[in-house]
Design a protein around this ligand. Structure first.
Ligand code: ATP
Length: 236
């Protein structure tokens, strides 16, 4: 079943149109990538979904059009956004950051067991449980950002460029940890990533954006096999 469907989504910053027909769909429990060069509109697509940018077209979540909803309303429907640059609270500990992620929940016992589950998956965070987020490495902060979003118990996670600023080997570790979280939790994911090889560690399929438009989509295997994709996004 389709969880999220974008149909000809458009968006502008003032007079400048940056999305000009983005269409994609994410199945229940699936993971889909948004690939494309710098400035193609990947981040803006996530913002259109989470309600931080005004959009045209249709954005269907679980069958209803959520376009035009406020960010807090979108979050309450079960869509969590991990923005580029992570957005963890540096002055709070790892534990406190995870609790903040669960602020809309009242099921205290389940919250604690979700935290335990997360720390089993992300052992680095377990070691740093009482540290302030600002003391974590970049990779640890990224995992914490994902963990915090997970604590909201979303049905869909929007993940923006989780590799930003990380060394290549750290970025791989982070993507593999997120893939494990996906397998264990069944949360659907829409993943923006400039480095297609990294994205393919996590996603089953992807859409390529070019100047605000979806130009191509396919399974990870199909896209990997395409020369033009390899040249543009896989470095060779
Ligand atoms: P990147 O990987 O660089 O973030 P992207 O594919 O995510 O690229 P977007 O961030 O969605 O691209 O940006 C799409 C276009 O919109 C770019 O030309 C960018 O300069 C422009 N843009 C982004 N944010 C704003 C803003 N707040 N105001 C005006 N223009 C913006």
């Amino acid at each position: 079943m389709t969880l999220l469907e974008l149909e000809s989504v458009t968006a502008s910053y003032g007079p400048v149109q940056v999305l000009d027909g983005v269409s994609l769909s994410v199945p229940e429990g699936g993971a889909v990538g948004i690939l494309g060069a710098n400035g193609a509109g990947k981040t803006t697509t996530l913002r259109a979904i989470s309600g931080t940018v005004r959009a045209g077209g249709r954005i269907l979540f679980d069958g209803s059009d959520i376009r035009g909803k406020r960010p807090d309303q979108v979050a309450a429907l079960g869509i969590a956004h991990v923005p580029e640059g992570r957005g963890t609270f540096g002055a709070l500990t790892v534990r406190e950051n995870l609790r903040v992620g669960a602020y809309l929940r009242r099921d205290r016992k389940q919250i604690e067991s979700d935290i335990d589950f997360l720390l089993e998956l992300f052992p680095n965070l377990e070691e740093r449980f009482k540290s302030n987020a600002s003391a974590l490495s970049g990779g640890e902060q990224q995992m914490l950002a994902v963990g915090r979003a997970f604590m909201a118990k979303p049905r869909l996670l929007l993940l923006d460029e989780a590799s930003l600023g990380l060394a290549p080997s750290t970025a791989k570790t982070v993507y593999d940890a997120i893939a494990e979280l996906r397998r264990e939790s069944g949360i659907a994911m829409l993943v923006v990533e400039q480095n297609a090889n990294l994205a393919f560690r996590l996603v089953d399929s992807a859409t390529v954006l070019e100047t605000g438009r979806s130009v191509l989509s396919g399974t990870s295997a199909e896209l990997r096999g395409m020369d033009e994709i390899r040249r543009a996004y896989l470095g060779g």
